[in-house]
Design a protein around this ligand. Structure first.
Ligand code: ATP
Ligand code: MG
Length: 648
């Protein structure tokens, strides 16, 4: 990257104060920032007391061997006990833990007491299969309650799980099983996806043939489809788990006991096995879930729409909400099955109060039209969250207005697989929100923006987002590769964690994420953020979604090429393209005007819904496409290439 810091182009002046009633009853007030600033470790020690420890920690942080952190290291706890048993012991056994909604319309309600029984049975079954503390178990599942049960059962016996997203191929599964040396795989015959059963077991069979570490495969019956069976290795969940006792006494493990390995989504390169441990991870996920969403466990119904195969599902479907004794919705399928109002129907059915979803979903809803959510009663909603990519200000406004009745706060939460929990986000009862900005490091979190020389930028400056102090839910290493951990995250700026994202600080010192530094464009010597140009395009009424890349250009170094998806009725004319180019020029300045704008029907996205800009760059530079295996739908690229006029 050049020495020119990111140009600061976008001006967004809209502000939204917290609703008065929410602010008056908020879990967290502005004092939390002061308190954490005065005594950061004391603040986290206090948050750790949200958990029930078998042995209370006396030491908060051991940072004697950076960047390898130990949090609460002499403390002992059982993560599953914290997520399940203690709520039952506190008299909340009848509280609903999970409202499960299957894609075909089947549903199941699971109370904390039932969850305790199921997790205990699954823990007993894993023990019977020879799984012990410190072992690894791979989980390759649809979005069904057994997935959470399986994760908690691993945690309960001190085994680390490695959840592999159910949409990944046999090949991806095999490499992950091998990398983590997993001896048991938990899967299902299949799950429902877009109105039909989609098989999972064949991929496990193929992967287990290749990875010779696998001794047993535990199979949940979900769809009833035929499965191949390897006698001695394969076991049905309903038999092997179903016949177990519902009694299991949880053992306490050290705070640094590995809890899970999760491979990053692979937007940029070879996936990394991110290792998370127990006490610090659970402390931060419990705290942030309570603080950022203002969770009231007695009355709220929380719904995080992520797949449990991503970190968002780990931290904000399984661990954070359950540690807090929350009631939540879990949905198996896609947002347009059987109709485009499915999400809103679910919000209405369960009276969801807190919704946590991704910008890619929000932009899709914008494209489908305002009339769809308008048909449902969404008045139960009181806090909306966003995660996964920078949210364009216009998508933020649409979300607040059409889903939140122009009343609910929107919290834009920045974090990563590596950070384990939310790091930078507004607080719904405290922060005056700015559409498109994650704004403020949470209490106890030290994040800032630095320039190429690692100097903190002043208000109005742009550069790189870094974390300057260790945090409880931080990754502990890359599984089996300490050196890659140091090289990837701690080498760019000495003593600081480099997140890989570009960011700027506005005049108030609030943080705006500007996209991955790998995606930043260099035009006539200026670093320009893809996010800002995309947001400018999406702010035009005819554009639903945009992806922008820098393509090699003889005169300017790189030229901006934009791919746009038009909203419902907009016609694809030369006139509109010219209008869009001028619109970007007027919004951000002439330097940011795209050289080419190409209307397309779809954009290439990873399975976690993020735009894959490197493939668009290949297209824009007339190159052979790179690896497309992590795309949701690889035919998208054929369509885009077919539309492309030959480059000038
Ligand atoms: P890989 O690291 O393998 O390339 P990935 O970065 O997509 O994959 P995740 O850990 O799921 O894997 O995503 C974290 C990244 O997502 C962040 O580094 C950032 O680029 C982006 N991101 C997440 N939330 C936000 C947000 N609220 N605002 C801006 N960017 C976000
Ligand atoms: Mg990443």
């Amino acid at each position: 990257m050049s020495n020119e810091s990111l140009a600061n182009l976008l001006k967004e002046e809209r502000r939204f104060a917290p609703p008065a009633d929410l602010a008056a009853n908020a879990n967290v007030t502005a004092e939390a920032y002061e308190q954490a600033k005065a005594d950061r470790l004391g603040f986290w020690a206090e948050q750790a007391r949200r958990l029930t420890w078998a042995k209370e920690p006396t030491e908060t942080l051991d940072w004697s061997n950076p960047p390898f952190a130990k949090w609460f290291k002499d403390g002992e706890l059982n993560v599953a006990y914290n997520c399940v048993d203690r709520h039952v012991e506190a008299g909340h056994g009848d509280r609903v833990a999970i409202h499960f909604e299957g894609e075909p319309g089947d549903s199941r309600t699971i109370t904390y007491a039932q969850l305790k029984d199921e997790v205990s049975q699954a823990a007993n079954a894993l023990l019977e299969l020879g799984v012990r503390k410190g072992d690894r178990v791979a989980i390759y599942m649809p979005m069904i309650p057994e997935t959470a049960v399986a994760m908690l059962a691993c945690a309960r016996i001190g085994a680390a799980h490695s959840v592999v997203f159910g949409g990944f191929s046999a090949d991806a599964l095999a490499t992950r099983i091998q990398d983590a040396d997993a001896k048991v795989v938990i899967t299902a015959d299949g799950g429902y996806r877009r109105g039909k059963p989609s098989a999972l077991k064949p991929a496990v069979d193929e992967a287990a043939d290749r990875a010779d570490t696998v001794r047993h495969v535990l199979v949940v019956r979900r769809t009833g489809q035929d499965v191949a069976w390897t006698e001695g290795r394969d076991l049905w969940w309903h038999e092997a788990v179903g016949r177990q006792s519902t009694e299991h006494t949880p053992e306490a493990f050290e705070a640094e006991q590995p809890l899970f390995i999760l491979y990053t989504s692979g937007t940029t390169g070879k996936p990394k096995g991110i290792l998370h441990t127990s006490g610090g991870f659970l402390t931060q996920t419990a705290y942030t879930h309570w603080a950022v969403f203002d969770l009231k466990p007695e009355t709220d119904v929380f719904w995080c729409t992520a797949d449990v195969g991503w970190v968002t599902g780990h931290s904000y479907i399984v661990y954070g909400p359950l540690a807090n004794g929350a009631t939540q919705v879990m949905y198996e399928g896609t947002p347009d099955t059987p109709h485009q109002g499915r999400f809103w129907e679910i919000v209405q059915k369960y009276g969801v109060t807190i919704l946590y979803t991704a910008p890619t979903a929000i932009r899709t809803f914008m494209k489908w039209g305002d009339d769809i959510p308008a048909k449902f009663d969404l008045s139960s909603l009181r806090v909306l969250g966003s995660v996964g990519e920078p949210i364009n200000p216009e998508a933020w406004i649409w979300y607040r207005k059409n889903i939140g009745a122009d009343r609910t706060p929107v919290v834009d939460t920045w974090w990563q697989t590596e950070t384990g929990g939310i790091m930078v986000s507004p607080l719904p009862g405290v922060t005056g929100a700015k559409p498109g900005s994650a704004q403020t490091p949470l209490p106890g979190i030290a994040a800032t923006v630095v320039d190429d020389e690692a100097r903190e930028v002043s208000a109005g400056g742009g550069g790189y987002l870094v974390l300057t102090e260790p945090w409880p839910a931080m990754l502990r290493t890359i599984w089996g590769d300490d050196q890659r951990y140091i090289d990837t995250y701690w080498s760019r700026f000495e003593g600081k964690y480099f997140a890989g994202d570009g960011a700027k600080k506005d005049d108030d010192g609030d943080i705006w994420l500007l996209g991955r530094v790998d995606d930043v464009m260099l035009v006539s010597g200026h670093n320009i953020s893809t996010t800002e140009v995309e947001s400018a395009l999406v702010s035009h009424p005819s554009v639903a979604e945009a992806a922008v890349v820098g393509a090699a250009d003889e005169t300017t170094g790189q030229a901006i090429v934009a791919f746009v998806i038009l909203r419902g009725t907009a016609a694809e004319t030369e006139q509109l393209v010219a209008e869009l180019r001028d619109h970007v020029g007027a919004t951000l300045g002439p330097i940011a005007k795209p050289k080419r704008i190409l209307p397309v029907n779809e954009l290439p996205k990873t399975r976690s819904g993020k735009i894959m800009r490197r493939l668009l760059r290949d297209v824009a530079e007339n190159r052979q496409l790179g690896d497309v295996t992590t795309l949701t739908d690889s035919t998208v690229m054929d369509l885009i290439q077919a539309k492309l006029p030959q480059a000038p």
